[in-house]
Design a protein around this ligand. Structure first.
Ligand code: UDX
Ligand code: UDX
Length: 483
């Protein structure tokens, strides 16, 4: 018998919950979607009439919101009502790495998942399918099931029942709308075939059936962790090779191109950069490490922990190169930071390489001017845990002069006066079009460009008279010592 589905609830209106429900609402106009969140400010932003004020920046999102919002997609803080009326509830709350207690530094903090499950147990009515959307350690669905079946409820126990499914989301930020529209696969893990079919019917509105995979619940949970671990591993691998390129005279871009042509390796995710960031990679690998250690699989744990360790080392390596090239000291020197988001086309800074690199540069006494087209300065203040030196309208020069180890934000790119160096950390499109001929005239000589994303045109930068360091480009080393 088919389970009738009319109303969907999603707890958590973040980078995953928001775009995912928006896509579903646009593809399924006959279903109603209630997206709820405990954060009132966030919900207000989702409801803002001005679509450029949505809480997350994601290309293509505002157009979809315009089509669906207040038609069959509703954002609110009314969690109770949304749960009561739902046939399917997605749990899409955040699951940060634990900072205290058992598993601190590695395992995920499930307190928000637990409190969401308790709310579901309390307010739901009749039969409800509960879908785990957050990325979680393996066997969390079991925990959710236990909570649902034992927590306090407002209805009598014979009136309510649940099926728990795992349906991890594989979207990447910056390309979320396209990823949701054309997913490589939709993974549904569970025990109850009818519930799995009911969920798959939503996706079938736009996803070809052969892309919808049914697995057991733990395979689904582990597949998500493994996917992220494999992707992150590729980046640590290529970043480790970039260091070898720099000392041997090879160029990592050429190495990437060459190995990517091997169809067994494939060409994606081979761009060497300042180290992976984002809310998932580090957290999910550390979950895997925790899981392996828990089961006494220490070799497995060490293997995956190495991916995170290389990433940390690589970020430090970039700071050290900047210092070395600027004659061993950056104290009091003005350095321009281009890009703070963890990748282009998002305003998200979670785990961005820019955080560690900027902090280290400031610790060394550099005066940074940070530019990012989508991140706002308040977020940077939170990330660096240091306030910017002066109000946004003040001249950068007066705020920086005479002091060391500070930073300022700038919304525009008129910031190169008296700078010693420019460090590109995010691959925003607009950085490709900087007029280096003009920039060089404003900077202190020798003027450096450090390109950790390999996006600038090498010939143009060098023709303008700037010194260029590009990550993984050993061909620029004049003398490679014999080895
Ligand atoms: C997602 C996944 O859920 C997470 O597991 C994955 O690893 C990263 O991506 P994301 O959507 O990016 O998280 O997180 P975030 O943008 O922080 O959104 C989570 C939302 O849940 C926040 O808006 C928060 O206010 C909300 N929340 C949290 C609730 O509504 N209720 C809670 O009890 C806790
Ligand atoms: C990732 C996964 O791709 C996605 O499937 C999962 O659902 C969530 O985690 P996300 O973190 O949003 O998505 O972005 P992603 O494009 O994977 O980039 C992660 C980090 O790797 C970024 O800092 C990015 O700059 C870096 N990266 C990516 C590289 O340095 N080189 C590459 O070739 C690709």
């Amino acid at each position: 018998m088919e389970i009738p589905i009319k109303t969907i609830c999603c707890i958590g209106a973040g980078y995953v919950g928001g775009p995912t429900m928006t896509m579903m609402a646009s593809k399924c106009p006959d279903l109603n979607f209630n997206v709820v969140d405990i954060n009132e400010e966030r919900i207000e932003s989702w409801n803002n009439k001005n679509l450029s004020k949505l809480p997350i920046y994601e290309p293509g999102l505002k157009e979809l919101i315009a089509k669906t919002r207040n038609k069959n997609l509703f954002f609110s803080t009314n969690i109770k009502e949304a749960i009561e009326s739902a046939d399917i509830i997605f749990i899409s709350v955040n699951t940060p790495t634990k900072t205290k207690g058992l598993g601190a530094g590695k395992s995920s903090d499930l307190k928000w998942v637990e409190s969401s499950a308790r709310e579901v147990a309390k307010y739901s009515k009749g039969y409800t399918i509960v879908v785990e959307k957050s990325t979680l350690p393996v066997r969390t669905a079991e925990v959710i099931e236990n909570i649902l079946n034992s927590a306090e409820t407002n209805s009598s126990r014979d009136e309510i029942s649940f099926s728990v499914l795992s349906n991890p989301e594989f979207l990447a930020e910056g390309t979320a709308i396209n990823d949701l529209n054309n997913p490589d696969r939709v993974l549904i893990g569970g025990k109850n075939k009818q519930a799995m079919t009911a969920l798959s019917n939503i996706y079938k509105a736009w996803v070809p059936e052969e892309k919808i995979l049914f697995t057991n619940i733990w395979s689904s949970e582990l597949a998500k962790l493994t996917s992220n671990a494999f992707l992150a591993q590729r980046i640590s691998s290529i970043n480790s090779i970039s260091a070898i390129c720099e000392v041997t005279g090879a160029d990592v871009k050429e190495v990437s191109r060459a190995i990517g042509k091997d169809s067994r390796i494939g060409s994606k995710f081979l761009d060497s950069g300042p180290g992976f960031g984002g809310s998932c990679f580090k957290k999910d690998i550390l979950n895997l490490v925790y899981l392996a250690e828990y089961f006494d699989l220490y070799e497995v744990a060490n293997f995956w922990e190495g991916v995170v360790k290389i990433n940390n080392w690589h970020q430090k390596r970039i700071t050290e190169i900047v210092i070395k090239k600027l004659f061993g000291t950056i104290s009091g020197k003005k350095i321009i930071i281009l890009g703070f988001a963890f990748k282009a086309n998002t305003n998200d800074t979670r785990e961005s390489a820019a955080i560690k690199i900027c902090k280290d540069l400031i610790d060394e006494g550099a005066n940074l001017v940070i530019h990012d087209p989508k991140v706002n300065y308040k977020q940077i203040e939170k990330d660096l845990k240091i306030k910017q030196t002066s109000k946004e309208n003040d001249s950068i020069e007066t705020s920086i002069k005479g002091q060391i180890g500070q930073w300022r934000f700038s919304k525009n790119l008129d910031i190169f006066d008296n700078a010693h160096a420019i460090l590109i950390l995010t691959e925003w499109e607009e950085y490709k079009y900087i007029e280096w001929q003009n920039v060089v005239k404003k900077m202190v000589k020798p003027s450096w460009v450090f390109d950790s994303r390999s996006i600038v045109n090498k010939k143009e930068v060098e023709k303008a008279g700037l010194r260029l360091w590009r990550l993984g480009d050993g061909s620029q080393e004049k003398e490679v010592s014999s080895f």
